[in-house]
Every structure is written in structure tokens, then in C-alpha cells.
Design a protein around this ligand. Structure first.
Ligand SMILES: C[S@@+](CC[C@H](N)C(=O)[O-])C[C@H]1O[C@@H](n2cnc3c(N)ncnc32)[C@H](O)[C@@H]1O
Length: 244
């Protein structure tokens, strides 16, 4: 289905996605969120149906690995305005949060303090997912929610995945936008009718992500969808390849 839809919508070349230069794309995405207004706006996702569904899926993936390891620490990167923190904390994790935007990190701390949560500043960092100062294997698990879908270039996605692999001791959980979904179909249709070339939030095939995962020295353990074939949001449970 995904191929048919994509060919239908961008086969004529009218809306073929533009693969951006990796460096330019990275700074464009970072700059977009590096504003006070972006952090205030992003708070609105907390408590919505999307928020609840995403947490349910992340919880299931965390339960999957529960028998394999004793996971204590988890890094939520990018943490945005901290919506995952209370949920991960309630699951018993020692939660660390990082984001490239200082505004997001500050907003996260404010939001969590307002909820009466203990905010340890040492566990919040401004960090770039392409290259962090964290140690090798510093966190048992690294969660990377809603970042990869911003990158059209495989180099960018692979560089981020490589860094996540380096700092994760056991597992990495990432989300991406899956092409085999109703949402993706409407995305392509919208661009087709507008005659525009998408540059951001481009749904990808699972096979494309598998190539990125492999190139980053990770292996795919499980795929989970909050709403299969409807929502484009999709989660992958990964672990570092043993021999890399
Ligand atoms: C769509 S928000 C998702 C936030 C959070 N994960 C959530 O699901 O609520 C994307 C976040 O990625 C951050 N970001 C963008 N580029 C980044 C980078 N290179 N490294 C780390 N964070 C980045 C932005 O500042 C923003 O907070």
C-alpha cells in the first residue's frame, strides 16, 4: 500500500520529498525548537489521547525488556517539556532528561516542579542528540521520542542512532513516522494537491529505518504501533549489536 500511495502522489515528481543536506537540516530543526514560544506551545500535548497512547506503547516496550535486564536509568532525549518524566518515574526509573533547546529543558523543569516532582538539576542537560557529552553506556535505556521523523536525510538519522547506541547500555527506544498508515497517505495527498515537496516529518518505510538501524550498529527487537495503519507514529525497540 505504501508504495502505491507514494508513487501515486509523488510519482510525477511534483511532490518528491527533498532530501536535505544533513548539517543544514540538523541546525534547521534545532533552531525551530530553540525558542520560548516553541516550548510553551509544546506543553499542550500532555494529557491528550496521543500522549496517552504513546505512553501505553512505551510502557509495553519497557515491559518487554523487564525480564532481560535490571534497568534503573533511562535517558529521555529529546525530553521536550518533560511530558515523559512523571510516567517514567512512576515506572520506577531513575530519569535523566536532555534536549538541544535550553528553553525546552527549562520548561520541563518548571512543569515538573509545578507537578510537585523533585527536580534534580544534575539530571537535566542541554545536549545535541548528534553528539552528547554522556559516557559510553551511561544509561540502561535511552528513549528518543518524536525526533527521528524530523530528519529526511539517512545520514542524520544514522548519526543520531549511532550516538544513542553509544550512550545506551542495554536498549534504545525510538519513534518514527511509518509510511504504511492512513496519516501518511493524507500527508502525501496533501503535498500532492498543494504541489509542494515535503522536507519535514516525512513518513518512511520500515525497511528504510531498518537500514539506518543496521548502519548505526543496532538491531531491531520489536515494532509497536499506537494505532496500526491509522497513525504514522511507530515505535522500535533496539539494542546494540553484540559484535560491533
Ligand atoms: C517534537 S519535540 C518532542 C519532544 C519530546 N520527546 C516529546 O515527545 O514530548 C522535538 C524535540 O527535539 C528537540 N531537538 C531538535 N533537534 C535536536 C537535537 N539535535 N538534539 C536533541 N534534541 C533536539 C527539540 O528541541 C524538541 O524539544
Amino acid at each position: 500500500m505504501e508504495d502505491i500511495m507514494k508513487s501515486l502522489c509523488c510519482g510525477l515528481g511534483a511532490t518528491a520529498p527533498k532530501i536535505e543536506d544533513s548539517k543544514m537540516e540538523a541546525s534547521k530543526i534545532k533552531n525551530r525548537f530553540d525558542r520560548k514560544e516553541a516550548s510553551s506551545k509544546y506543553c499542550r500535548l500532555t494529557g491528550t489521547g496521543v500522549d496517552k497512547r504513546e505512553k501505553r506503547i512505551v510502557k509495553r516496550l519497557l515491559e518487554t525488556v523487564d525480564g532481560d535486564i535490571v534497568a534503573r536509568s533511562i535517558l529521555d532525549m529529546p525530553c521536550g517539556t518533560g511530558r515523559m518524566f512523571p510516567f517514567l518515574s512512576d515506572l520506577g526509573f531513575d530519569v535523566y532528561s536532555a534536549d538541544s533547546s535550553p528553553f525546552m529543558v527549562e520548561q520541563a523543569k518548571e512543569n515538573l516542579a509545578a507537578l510537585g516532582m523533585r527536580v534534580n538539576p544534575a539530571k537535566f542537560a542541554v545536549a545535541d542528540a548528534f553528539k552528547t557529552d554522556f559516557d559510553d553506556g551511561q544509561f540502561d535505556i535511552v528513549l528518543c521520542n518524536r525526533l527521528l521523523h524530523h530528519f529526511s536525510s539517512p545520514e542524520s538519522r544514522q548519526a543520531i542512532l549511532k550516538e544513542l547506541r553509544r550512550i545506551a547500555k542495554h536498549f534504545v527506544i525510538v519513534s518514527f513516522f511509518h509510511n504504511a498508515s492512513w496519516d501518511a497517505m493524507t500527508f502525501w495527498m496533501k503535498h500532492f494537491f498543494r504541489g509542494t515537496a515535503p522536507t519535514d516529518r516525512i513518513p518512511q518505510k520500515l525497511t528504510t529505518l531498518k537500514q539506518d538501524i543496521d548502519a548505526a550498529g543496532l538491531e531491531l527487537i520489536e515494532v509497536k504501533h499506537p494505532r496500526k495503519f491509522i497513525s504514522k507514529q511507530c515505535y522500535l525497540l533496539l539494542r546494540p549489536k553484540r559484535n560491533t
